[in-house]
Design a protein around this ligand. Structure first.
Ligand code: GLY
Length: 605
């Protein structure tokens, strides 16, 4: 296992300020804890170990892929069978998802990858998150609005577009860990783009969602013209309609044969910049050419939950920190409750309260650590997480205001997660996004690439929620080159012997965190198979708005009245709580599962 990340240059410059802010959230780590590095955990032995509950065995012994589209999963397994490793397969699956789920991810977006190799115990992560283009500033969207621009400028059109990171990420992952030629890895996606594929229900729903956006905001009709024609057939796409994008196929072929240089110079960056500029965006060809994905040290959190190590994504993802905090707080509860064998009222209440705390901390502290003093290490200190757990009242829901700061009151289809494991038990979790459904709605006919609206993941206006209703701090305001805070949570759980136990991640904005969390808990604690863990109904609380979103049946047999009696409020949601892909590693083999909420199918051999 590689060493935990060091925080040396990222520790909060004003620790007294950090202390007082944390204190407002109920409890504070000591100054000594704030100065400590690493995420070492206390000795947890004997009764601290929960009982093992493993269920059904699994058929796959050589490799498995869980993507949110059956074509993508099948392509991944083909690459594994052809001798590719998990990273090779993940590259091919990622490229394919950009074709068959074009409203979720693709070359015009960004993402995070986490990898763990059981053979040598090494963990690796990659940051291919989009960056703000040159020429934006902190109050960019507020100023746009006050000068007569549309209120939704951070969501649709040129201003919403950040510099794409996925192409550079594909090539960095390949350079570091790939084994087959890039041409062979991009060829299946290029073929699907050129020859076409049948749309499924989820695709048709995304088209319907864009139709509604165009009706609600008629100014988006002009900017989405190419997307509406190319991907949506002017609204005529139904389940079964053959959809293709030959221009995207050619771009993928060119990347395969010419390499990343085809993305960085010539007609591709020029065409993308032209498309962004046509609706006022700041994206330019130099920024596209200059983008570099980076390798980074993943968050490796020993004994994050029940003895398992969590290998996950550091900031600018908020997902890794939030997952570790909620898992840590929840373990405290489970231990005190005598390791219950099924979720009950007390565990649901505690989980929701832990989510509220983690999301309040997210709103206050998390941002791009290259631009803001993110106290990662302090937020992950085990003693601090235990203290946070003690602030949860067992029989009463605290209000969002009590948990957070009185002064700061404040439908996702645009992300896709994939998991791969190969014969050597190298595990890859990769979440990619263009943010909202069909991203900015702006695409380029020459390259066939659809551009993201990741600028909406910045704090575009203090005190207001973003597309997902998330409140965020001034640290997350736009600046050129800065990466917006993300919830993407690609995660791998490894047992005390260094064996991969579970891989997971999700789409769904902030629901990524709660979806991934509940599936990991299901697989690693509640004894569920991967598909049982994914199918189980889920809850979500993001601190603000101060209400639990729930899926049918997630409130329990009493329809939530016991939770309501404790002070919880419920908010009906038509959306699922994230779309999760996962692989559980059981003694008998690999058990991949794709979320039925998006119609995915996993594969293996
Ligand atoms: N665009 C969704 C996220 O990064 O959290």
């Amino acid at each position: 296992m590689s060493t935990p990340p060091s925080d040396e240059k990222r520790t909060h410059p004003d620790r007294r300020q950090a202390l007082s802010r944390l204190a407002l959230l109920g409890t504070a780590p000591s100054a000594l804890q704030l100065l400590m590095t690493g995420c070492s955990s206390p000795d947890r032995a004997g009764t601290d170990t929960p009982p093992a509950r493993l269920s059904a065995s699994t058929p796959y012994r050589n490799g498995a892929v869980a993507a949110d589209h059956p074509i993508a999963s099948a392509i991944g397994v083909d690459i594994l069978k052809a001798g590719g490793n998990a990273v090779d397969a993940a590259i091919a699956v990622n490229a394919a998802l950009g074709v068959v789920r074009p409203y979720s991810c693709g070359l015009g977006g960004g993402g995070f990858l986490v990898m763990y190799s059981e053979r040598d115990g090494n963990a690796w992560a990659m940051n291919a998150r989009e960056t703000a283009p040159p020429g934006v500033w902190e109050s960019y969207f507020v100023d746009l609005r006050s000068s007569g621009g549309p209120a939704e400028a951070s969501r649709y059109g040129g201003h919403a577009i950040a510099v794409p990171g996925t192409p550079s990420g594909l090539f960095l992952a390949h350079a570091r860990h790939g084994s087959l030629p890039m041409k062979d890895l991009l060829a299946p996606a290029a073929r699907v783009a050129r020859d076409g594929f049948p749309a499924d229900d989820h695709f048709a729903n995304a088209v319907e969602s864009l139709r509604r956006t165009r009706e609600r905001l008629p100014w988006t009709k002009t900017i989405s013209k190419w997307t509406w024609t190319q991907w949506c057939h002017e609204g005529a796409v139904r389940a079964g309609t053959l959809v293709k994008n030959p221009a995207l196929g050619r771009t993928l072929e060119r990347l395969g044969t010419e390499g990343i240089s085809a993305w960085r110079s010539g007609e591709i960056p020029k065409g993308l910049a032209r498309a962004a500029r046509a609706s006022g965006g700041k994206l330019n060809a130099n920024a596209i050419a200059g983008y570099r994905a980076s390798a980074c040290t993943p968050l490796v959190i020993d004994d994050a939950f029940a003895g398992d190590t969590l290998v996950t994504m550091p900031p600018p993802s908020s997902g890794g920190i939030a997952l570790a905090q909620i898992l840590g707080m929840h373990e405290e509860h489970l231990r005190q409750a005598g390791w219950p064998s099924a979720p009950d009222l007390a565990s649901n209440h505690q989980l929701v309260e832990a989510m509220k705390i983690a999301f309040a901390l997210r709103a206050r502290y998390l941002a791009d650590p290259d631009f803001a003093p993110v106290p990662t290490e302090a937020l992950l200190e085990p003693a601090y997480i235990e203290e946070l757990a003690t602030t949860i009242e067992p029989d009463r829901a605290r209000t969002a205001k009590e948990i957070g700061l009185a002064t700061q009151l404040p439908e996702d289809r645009g992300t896709s997660h994939l998991c791969v494991i190969d014969r050597e038990r190298t595990a890859v979790a990769w979440t990619s996004t263009i943010n909202g459904t069909f991203g900015s709605l702006v695409g380029d006919p020459v390259s066939g690439v659809l551009l993201n609206n990741e600028m909406d993941d910045f704090t575009t206006s203090l005190g207001e929620g973003n597309l997902f209703g998330l409140r965020q701090s001034e640290w997350n305001a736009p600046e050129p080159g800065k990466q917006p805070l993300s919830s993407m949570s690609p995660s791998i759980m490894v047992d005390e012997a260094g064996r991969v136990r579970a891989i997971a991640g999700a789409s769904g904005g902030p629901r990524i965190i709660s979806g991934t969390l509940q599936v990991l808990l299901g697989m690693r604690y509640w004894g569920r198979s991967a598909s049982e863990a994914i199918s189980a109904p889920r809850l979500h609380h993001q601190w603000m708005p101060d209400a639990i979103a729930w899926e049918d049946d997630a409130r329990g047999p009493d329809d939530g009245s016991a939770l309501e009696g404790m002070g919880h409020q419920f908010e009906k949601t038509s959306r699922g709580i994230g779309v999760v892909q996962a692989i559980r590693v059981a003694d008998s083999g690999f058990e991949p599962a794709s979320d039925p909420r998006k119609g995915g199918t996993a594969a293996g051999y």
